[in-house]
Design a protein around this ligand. Structure first.
Ligand SMILES: Nc1ncnc2c1ncn2[C@@H]1O[C@H](COP(=O)(O)OP(=O)(O)OP(=O)(O)O)[C@@H](O)[C@H]1O
Length: 822
């Protein structure tokens, strides 16, 4: 009994402190429950585990990272460890190494998981905005406490009919509304600014990494998650920024509200209010645990849905990008089926998702709004119903009731926001994982720049020479096109590459351009490649012209011609003199007979000016014709695009130019002119062209046979063309003569056949010389009972027996005597 009374007296002395610390503890345990969702952590761990097992090979094969099959992963790791145990000591050490690697990989992944946060926290502007937001949130909470107190006083003065007091408090209440509204607006502004800042930080970082070098985006486009890149760079970053920026609002506001409101309630005039608030906190904590039972895994849901949406979007982009081909082939129904199927899958998934969300929304709405609200009202009503039985310090019960009710409503609203926060955190985690994966993908391919070749391969750079020494032509899918390629080309020489489709002509350019890694000779011979260094500010050593040139839409006409140079480089080249630069461009265009484009642009400028109220007769400067922006890839024909691409090459005047069927859509005369001008500008041509009319521009030939073989030789176009012509003549003769000879052969066969028939029939017809006294030799019966026809002409018509004989003699003839012997 003494002990109990001592405890009670201790409690009485330290009541407020005990209540406050218990409340803070309760609040933090609820908060911990928010982020520590087991399923989410499991999902994250599975991703890490799978990544470590695959050696962090992002994107390769892991197409659907929205679904994690934990059991598969577990069984895989189990199997692996079992094998290791059975393979003795040597394997044990290997296993140790693997474990260490996995451990470091896991550590690396943990660090990587936080890379976004680190990136954001490194930005001073963000920190400043974040702190300002925090301060504003504290001010808002203090203001709302003051408003709650005034609310209570207003109602109390109203009930007691104290009008002057009522007016005075109402005035205060309205005055308080000015800073409260200002702070609210400022918080919304800060949240948006914060989101924009995060978006800027992440987009700059990701885009910078994505377009850091020519390997990364080229390799990423070939990865299995390429369809998601667009969404990663736009939708995911935006979603992440929005959620993170409002996270402070969602987290800090309810926390401050809860702490301040509960402390205020603990200090309340009603002696039991403190304990009541704590009891209410306990109810909230327990019901929150119950809510977890029906809560779906939002991380998993958001990841799966995003992957499906990205796929659906990429299919749409595909239709858009190839609209002309699809439309001309009437392939829309095919595309509709594909799109329909992908959309059907998405809808099916979303149907399941909304069902899961429905159960959760029902439970959370009921618990937050009604259960907690009812508990709060019960707590507030106690001083009114049990006024006589409990000690109440204040006489103003109405004011107390209103204030407490307001405080409890605020606290319960805050708890509701906590529950919402839980959903936001899980969804944020889903986006976070997607961005993490994208970052890994970029990392794995940015490393490709260093591993641009196998160990042992020598890569040299020379402006005036291309040399392949024992270089195998191998595709990224490890398909060997040529086992070893050896050739050398000096600046001033011109190489023609010919061979059947798919033999590796373009693959050679991909290796030359550094898109595919240079592999070591398959026979272990020293592998060496000498290539031009590419493009830099001052000089261009190699330039590529594909069949379908890239036309950047909505860029200026000038940028089209100088691509890939920037306007700043153009200005540097012509010392800021646009007139001089544009004159140079116009000269190039006139060589390619593209002056019409300049006049067309001028006309468009005039039309635009008149549309904008400038008048059709307002003067147009030539510079404006080069400043115009158009949808170049859609508005120009392929032939004009090819000529414009050639203009680019003339502008850059490279040492070497790779022309991969880049003149297929221009007239033969223009084609000759293009090649001639390129050679006059001192560019060595490496071309793939099927037209023999271009052969005389080359003095070396690289011929692929399509079976892994090739021939590199000095090329005499005249001789080759003469041979080619001879070959063509022979082919023409053959084409003409073969059907004739075949017909003759057929006739001979028929003639021979009828000869045989006649011979065999005449043998049959010739009877053994009839006895001279026979009255009618023609009526002599045959051995099988048949009579010979009376009409000798009929003997030439094959009877049933004769046709049998004919057939057997025919087949005998076929097998014994070849057609040629006839
Ligand atoms: N990115 C790639 N990944 C894997 N394999 C590829 C890739 N690009 C091309 N290939 C394969 O390499 C082989 C050679 O292709 P390449 O484009 O070099 O042929 P080509 O000789 O230029 O043919 P064409 O005359 O039809 O253009 C083909 O079998 C092709 O399937």
């Amino acid at each position: 009994m003494i002990a109990v009374s001592e405890v009670l007296s201790f409690y009485g002395r330290h009541r407020l402190k005990i209540l406050r610390s218990s409340y803070v503890l309760l609040l933090f345990s609820t908060l911990y429950g928010l982020s520590g969702s087991k399923s989410v952590s499991k999902a994250v761990k599975r991703v890490e585990k799978r990544d470590s097992m695959h050696g962090g090979e992002a994107g390769a094969g892991g197409s659907d990272f929205g679904i994690y099959s934990g059991s598969e992963d577990d069984s895989m790791s189990d199997k692996q460890s079992d094998e290791d145990e059975n393979e003795g000591e040597m394997h044990l050490s290997r296993k140790k190494k693997t474990d260490t690697r996995q451990h470091s990989q896991r550590k690396h992944n943990h660090q990587r998981l936080d890379f976004l946060i680190k990136l954001i926290l490194r930005d001073k502007k963000f920190i400043l905005l974040f702190l300002t937001q925090a301060v504003l949130l504290v001010i808002r909470t203090l203001l709302s406490l003051r408003v709650a107190t005034l609310d209570g006083k207003i109602v109390s003065s109203l009930v007691k009919a104290k009008y002057s007091k009522f007016i005075k408090i109402l005035g205060n209440w309205m005055l308080l509304g000015i800073p409260a509204s200002f702070v609210n607006a400022l918080i919304a502004y800060m949240t948006r600014w914060c989101s924009l800042t995060i978006n800027k930080i992440l987009t700059t970082y990701m885009l910078g990494k994505y377009l850091a070098n020519h390997h990364t985006f080229y390799a990423v486009a070939a990865s299995s998650t390429a369809s998601e890149v667009q969404d990663n760079l736009t939708k995911d970053i935006a979603a992440f920024s929005n959620t993170v920026s409002s996270l402070l609002n969602q987290l800090l506001k309810p926390m401050l509200d809860l702490l301040l409101c509960s402390f205020r309630l603990l200090n309340s005039n009603s002696s039991f209010m403190g304990e009541g608030t704590l009891a209410l906190g306990l109810v909230v904590h327990i019901s929150n645990q119950l809510l977890r039972a029906v809560q779906p895994n939002f991380t998993k849901l958001i990841m799966k849905r995003s992957t499906m949406e990205s796929w659906f979007r990429s299919l749409h982009s595909n239709v858009h990008a190839h609209n002309e081909e699809i439309a001309i082939m009437r392939g829309q129904s095919n595309e509709l089926t594909t799109l329909d199927y992908s959309f059907y899958e998405l809808v099916l998934f979303m149907n399941r998702e909304i069902k899961k969300r429905f159960a959760y929304d029902f439970a959370s709405s009921f618990i937050i709004k009604y259960s907690w609200g009812a508990a709060g009202l019960v707590l507030c009503s106690i001083p009114i119903f049990f006024r006589d039985k409990i000690a109440i310090a204040s006489e103003d019960v109405t004011a107390d009731f209103i204030t407490n009710r307001r405080l409890l409503m605020t606290a319960s609203g805050s708890l509701g926001r906590f529950v919402e926060l839980k959903r936001s955190i899980q969804q944020l985690r889903g986006v976070w994982l997607r961005l993490k994966r994208f970052d890994e993908l970029l990392d794995s391919h940015s490393g490709a720049q260093e591993s641009r070749s196998d160990d042992g391969v020598t890569i040299e750079y020379d402006q005036k020479r291309i040399k392949f020494e024992n270089v195998p032509l191998v595709t990224p899918a490890d398909q060997i096109l040529i086992e070893e390629l050896n050739f050398e080309l000096n600046h001033g020489d011109h190489l023609l590459i010919i061979g059947p489709n798919g033999c590796g002509k373009s693959s050679l350019f991909r290796i030359l351009g550094g898109l595919w890694p240079v592999r070591l000779s398959l026979e272990g011979k020293p592998t060496r490649i000498v290539i031009p260094p590419g493009m830099n500010d001052d000089e261009c050593s190699i330039f590529y012209l594909p069949q379908k040139p890239y036309m950047g839409n909505m860029t200026t006409f000038r940028e089209q011609i100088i691509y890939p140079d920037t306007v700043a480089q153009f200005e540097r080249r012509f010392h800021g003199n646009y007139g001089k630069g544009d004159k140079h461009l116009a000269k190039i265009l006139s060589t390619l007979e593209l002056e019409d484009l300049i006049s067309e642009n001028m006309a468009l400028v005039m039309v635009n000016a008149s549309d904008n109220g400038g008048g059709i007769n307002s003067p147009v400067k030539p510079r404006q014709a080069f400043d115009i922006r158009r949808n170049w890839s859609e508005e120009l024909s392929v032939g004009v695009q090819q000529r414009l691409a050639m203009a680019r090459m003339y502008y850059h005047r490279p040492k070497f130019a790779v022309l991969d069927e880049c003149t297929s859509a221009v007239s033969p005369e223009m084609e000759q002119k293009m090649y001639l001008t390129a050679q006059r500008l001192g560019t060595s041509l490496i071309s793939v062209c099927h037209r023999t009319s271009l052969w005389h521009f080359h003095n070396y030939l690289l011929k692929f046979d399509g079976k892994g073989g090739y021939k590199f030789e000095h090329f005499d176009p005249q001789e080759r063309l003469a041979n080619e012509n001879k070959l063509m003549e022979l082919n023409a003769i053959l084409d003409q003569q073969v059907p004739m000879w075949e017909k003759r052969l057929k006739d001979l066969t028929v003639a021979r056949r009828s000869n045989i028939i006649r011979r065999s029939q005449s043998e049959l017809i010739q009877p053994p010389s009839p006895p001279k006294n026979s009255p009618d030799a023609t009526k002599m019966p045959l051995s099988n009972g048949q009579r010979l026809p009376a009409n000798p002409v009929a003997a030439t018509q094959p009877s049933k027996i004769n046709s049998k004989l004919l057939r057997s003699s025919d087949s005998q003839e076929k097998t014994n005597e070849p057609v040629n012997n006839i």
